[in-house]
Structures are given as C-alpha cells and as structure tokens.
Design a protein around this ligand. Structure first.
Ligand code: AMP
Length: 648
C-alpha cells in the first residue's frame, strides 16, 4: 500500500460514514473495501463525545459511551440530528437529550459544556478526528482527504455543516455522498444486469431514507429519494424508555417519577432499552434489569419481542409514506424493482424486515445471502428480492471507500449520480417562482436562463433564490437574496444571465451576470433553508393539494402581466401616432383599453380574478390595435431608412 501511494504521489482518500449512532472509516486495499479497526480492534465508533473538564481533550467513541452513564450532561450523542439546523427547527422532544442544548429561535444550535458553547460541527469534528487518527495508525502516514456520507435528504445547510466538520478535523472533504448511493455501491449493485432498479431502505439510529436507483450502462442514477432526518432507532428506544418509566412508577410509586428526571437515571434506562431492543432481534424475550434505581428499589422486567413490536410498530409504519412517495416520484411501482437493500442497524429488527418485505411485495421474503450472483437475472415473478447480504452497519462506509477509490482513479467505469430533493429557482416579476432546476434533477447539475428588467431605468435586479414546489414565490422557501447592479436602460433591454450550479456535494452556487458588461456576482447558498425534512415533506404534499389553485394563480399573474404590458404599449402608441390616426379610431382603442382595466380590477385580495374576462379583453384590444401596430411598424421602418440616408 505504501509503495502504491508513493508511485502515484497521491495521498489516500478514506471513506467515512458519519452516523447518528456509530461512525466508521473505510478504505480499499487491492480492490477490496473494508472498515478500518481502531487500536482495540473495534470497527464501529459510537458517535459519542465526552468532555471531562474545561479545555481537556475530547474523549470519543466507546470510552465516551461508557462515561455517558455517569456524566450524561457532559457527554454528547446523536449530534448528527442537530447538524446545520436552527434553534427554531428543534422540537421539544429533540431537546429531551441528557446533555444541554441551546436552541434559540433564529440562532444556531449550541451545546454548552464546561462553559464553552460547542457547535454540532465541532462535536462531529471530534468524532472525525478520532477516525482520522485510526486511519493514520493503519496507514502509518498522514491521511488528509476524505469522502463523507450524509442522508440523501440532508439540505444544503446540513451538507455544509458536515463538510465544515470534516475541515475542522483536518480533512479536505473530496465529496459528500448520499448514504443510500454509497450503500448500493457496497452491495456491488454496479455489477447487476443492465437497467436494474434498486430501492435502498436505510433505517439507522436517527435518520430514515428511501432511495430508488437505476443502474444503466454502468452508471448509477438516483431516480428519487425521500426520507426523514428525525426518524430512526432512537425513536424506538424512546418508546421503550417511556414504557419502562411507567412500569417503574407503577412498581415504586409516584414519588419516583421526579427521580426519573435525573439525567443519570435517564441515561441508564435508555441504555437498557436499546440493549434489550438489539437482543430482541435474535431472541424472543429478554430480562431488563436495573438494580438500585433508587437506594431502596431495584427494577426488573421481562420484555418480549411481541411487546416490543406492539410498542414500536407505529414508528416503523411511518416509513411507509416515504417509500410510497419515492416510488411515485420515480414513477414506478414496487413490482418494477429488482432488489430492495436494507441498510442501517435498525433494519436488523425482524419486524422491519417483515414490513419492508410486505410493503414491496418481495418474493417470499427470500433474502439473498452470501453475496449476489453477479450479472444473473433475478426471480422477478414474485416481486423484488429483499437483499440483506451486506452487514447493514458497514455498507455505507464501504460504499464511501469505494467512492473514494473511484475519485483516486482506482476503480473505473462507475459514476454516481444523485438528485435534488426540491426544485430551485428565482422569483420573477409578479411574484412567480421561475424554476431553473426541477425537483429530482440528477446532480451535479448546471442550468441557466436570461432575464430582463420589468421597469424603465431599473439599475439593479434582485435575485431572490427559492426552493420549493409552489407556483407563487411567497409559498416557497427563501434560500438567499442578492442584487446585481447594471447601467440604467429602458425596460426589457438589459440581459441578466442567472445560472444555478449544484456541485457534486449538493451545494448550490448561484451566478448572476450582466451580459452587456460581463459584471457578475457568484453567491454560495450556505445558509440554505431553515427548515427540516418534515417541512420538505409538507411542501411536496401542499404542492399537490394546492396544484389547482396554484395553477390558476400562475395563469392569472401571467395574463395580468401581459395585460399591463399591452396597456402600456397601447398608450405609448396612441401618443406617438396621435397626429396620424382618426379621432374615432383613437376613441375605440381607449374604450377597449378601459375594458382591459375593468377586467384587471376584478382581482381580489387573494390575488386571483376573472381570467376569461381578462383574456377576452386583451384579445379584443390586440385585435383593434392591429392597424395601429402596422402604423408604428411603418414609422419605425421609415425612421430607420432615413437614418441610413436611404430616403429623404
Ligand atoms: P446506524 O445508525 O446504522 O449505526 O444504526 C444504529 C441503530 O440501529 C441504533 O438505533 C441501534 O440501536 C440499532 N441497532 C443496531 N443493531 C441492531 C439490532 N441487532 N437490532 C435492532 N436494532 C439494532
């Protein structure tokens, strides 16, 4: 390995799965991807960070996890849930962690420990530093480049925060890759027969994603993604904790309920709950023992798999709507899929496997074990196959390592394409959303359009960048705003090119250029949208719900703009041709213009009006002004010929 690196003079790029619960670092050696173990032989690093004292070095991983029980207020877990999010987006339930979380409305989330306010990126950077160190110990040299994975549904702010965490840890982040895409690579699905379609069902500790990918001529394309960054194994744990707490109060009396608020006890119960849940994936019942919960009370309870399933079924069923939405977005039905792959520790739970099997109509739930039969056809008659041949905890990290190897030129003929979860565009005159990059476009992607001014002597254009699925700008989310200045000119003359580029990391760069002077501004949409994924879901649902109203609003606004334009042009023409036209004709034109004005006045406070009346009146005005338009054209032609000296 060392020689290989020296010959090519390139440093190794590692693949990192920065998970909610566990994080892993992986690499590819001699064409084989594998997870790098730490000094103790552990391949999974719990995403847990402990700060023993002010200014002391962070303790990360298993050691921090052990301390978590006794020092819960100084030990941070599931920090991924806070990455790139604003205070206002954090629910009370999410704040109910055993460490302090400062989530002020507009401000960023911080975690105050020993008098220092840590950002989620700084905490994540500690995890990444530990993985970097493990990789350096393995290679015996500095490792400075990494590919890091994120849930497919992470927005720009969350992706940027992840990238920043990598940089804080001393990495150059070569690429941010969607977790399901990485998982598909790890499953070796690039070796499938051509035109295969795959669904990746990823249920981890804190996030859920369903992605539908298509393999076409050796190229992976994500057809659609849907998910929720606040749905995962932690939610199941919480359900069990609630149940255990109520059992404790039942057994030891109401006086204990106050005690149960202590963060130490909460952490103990949470750990017992998670460990019982994991055991129940292979056993049908477990004994949960919590000795000396209070000095004179020990608790024990036999939890069965059936009770666990009854407690948590509702959470697992919540993934259903995301699966259906992803299928609908990809314009596919479950039976069109060839494989469903399961990723994330929580998919080890038998109920999850059963649910996924049933939802996608998988063939007798027959799982493909021991790897895929490469290039062979699958039994499609009974629906797609449920593939669990990979270790669901490691698949994402292995895929990231494969992507890293592709970037280093090690693997060829595989290209990864991801898609945008929501449409991106700018606000145009009249308050409409002008989409530049539609939802589910494959990234990286670049798209541009030319815009002009709506008013005379306009000296600047406001570029209002929007994300969302609604027709009216005000119903979408603002990603950012900036202005481009240019020389004063009559309306419709300036030409401003606006280009959107989403890079391979899913980050949006907006460029606006005055084509006359070449003056331009490029803005990276760093702050992105201050909304969470359930809001993304809501946006998509609302766009469907309001599709009819939205379309009517767009039609009205477009007709209104055209009517206003026609009125201005008519008035100008009447003034400039006043001497050449009959008075009666001028009166008729003015009357037709008044009819248009009356139709425009039908606009109500909700921004809609009588569209038919408006269209008919504009048509009538167009019709009646035809001779006037011809006259104007003749005058313009004459002026031009005279200017060139062709006539006197
Ligand atoms: P991940 O984010 O992929 O590391 O997944 C972590 C989640 O998977 C946590 O909620 C774990 O409790 C859960 N998990 C890990 N192993 C199992 C298992 N064998 N059965 C059920 N849940 C598990």
């Amino acid at each position: 390995m060392g020689n290989y690196l020296k010959i090519f003079g390139m440093s190794k790029i590692v693949g990192i799965d920065l998970g909610t619960t566990n994080s892993l670092v992986a690499t590819v050696d001699s064409g084989i991807p594998f997870v790098i173990a730490d000094a103790n032989g552990q391949r999974l690093t719990p995403s847990v960070v402990h700060f023993a004292a002010a200014n002391s070095e962070a303790i990360v991983g298993h050691e921090a996890n052990r301390v978590r029980l006794v020092k819960p207020a100084e030990t941070v877990y599931s920090v991924k849930r806070f990455m790139g999010r604003r205070g206002a987006e954090i629910s009370e339930e999410e704040k109910s962690v055993t460490f302090p979380v400062k989530a002020d409305n507009a401000g960023a989330v911080t975690i105050p420990i020993h008098g220092k306010n840590y950002s989620p990126e700084e905490i994540s950077a500690e995890i990444l530093k530990k993985l970097k160190c493990d990789a350096e110990n393995y290679f015996g040299e500095a490792v400075t480049r990494a590919v890091i994975t994120v849930p497919a549904y992470f927005n720009d702010a969350q992706r940027n925060a992840t990238k920043r965490a990598g940089e804080l840890a001393g990495f150059t982040v070569e690429r941010i890759v969607n977790e399901p895409t990485a998982a598909a690579l790890a499953y070796g699905l690039d070796k499938l027969k051509e035109k295969s379609k795959i669904a990746v069902y990823d249920l981890g500790g804190g996030t859920f994603d369903l992605s539908i990918l298509e393999l076409n001529e050796g190229v992976f394309q994500v057809l659609s993604t849907n998910g929720n960054t606040r749905l995962g194994g932690d939610d199941l744990d919480r359900k069990i904790v609630e149940r255990l707490k109520s059992l404790v109060v039942e057994a030891a009396g109401n006086s204990t309920s106050q005690l149960l608020h202590s963060s130490t006890l909460q952490a103990r119960i949470r750990e017992a709950a998670e460990s019982a849940k994991i055991k129940l994936s292979t056993e049908t019942e477990v004994e949960i023992a919590l000795p000396f919960l209070t000095p004179d009370f020990s608790f024990s309870y036999k939890l069965t798999r059936t009770e666990l399933e009854n407690l948590t079924r509702e959470i697992i069923l919540r993934t259903r709507q995301h699966c259906l939405r992803a299928l609908a977005d990809a314009k596919l039905e479950a039976r069109d899929l060839d494989q469903i792959i399961l990723v994330g520790g929580q998919t080890r739970m038998p109920l999850v496997r059963k649910f996924v099997g049933e939802l996608f109509g998988c063939a007798e739930f027959e799982e493909v074990r021991g790897g895929l039969r490469m290039g062979t056809e699958f039994h499609k008659a009974g629906g797609p196959q449920l593939n669990t041949s990979q270790n669901p905890d490691e698949a994402v990290a292995l895929g990231a390592a494969i992507q890293a190897e592709i970037l280093s030129g090690g693997f060829k003929n595989v290209l990864l394409l991801d898609v945008t979860p929501l449409s991106l565009g700018i606000e145009t005159f009249g308050g409409l959303m002008n989409v530049l990059i539609p939802r589910n476009s494959t990234i990286p992607v670049k798209a541009g359009e030319l815009f002009t001014t709506a008013m005379d002597a306009q000296r600047e254009m406001l570029i209002h960048v929007l994300q969302g699925e609604r027709e009216r700008a005000k119903d979408n989310w603002t990603l950012g705003k900036f202005t481009l200045q240019f020389e004063s000119a009559p309306r419709g003359v300036p030409r401003v090119g606006v280009q959107f580029e989403i890079d391979a990391n899913g980050i949006l760069h907006v460029l606006a250029r005055d084509t006359k002077t070449g003056k331009e501004k490029i803005v990276e949409m760093k702050s992105a949208v201050d909304v969470d994924d359930s809001a993304v879901q809501k946006m998509v649902e609302e766009s469907v719900e309001h599709a009819f109203d939205d379309l009517a609003a767009r039609r009205w606004i477009e007709a209104k703009l055209k009517a206003q334009e026609t009125l201005v042009a008519t008035k100008n023409a009447l003034t400039s041709c006043a001497d050449e036209i009959e008075k009666d004709y001028a009166k008729k034109i003015s009357a037709a213009a008044r009819v248009v004005e009356t139709a425009l006045a039908t606009e109500s406070s909700d921004g809609s009006g009588d569209l038919n009346q408006l269209k008919a009146s504009v048509l009538a005005l167009d019709e009646i002004t035809k001779p006037l338009a011809d006259l104007l054209m003749d005058k313009a032609m004459e002026a031009m010929l005279r200017k060139r000296g062709l006539i006197q």
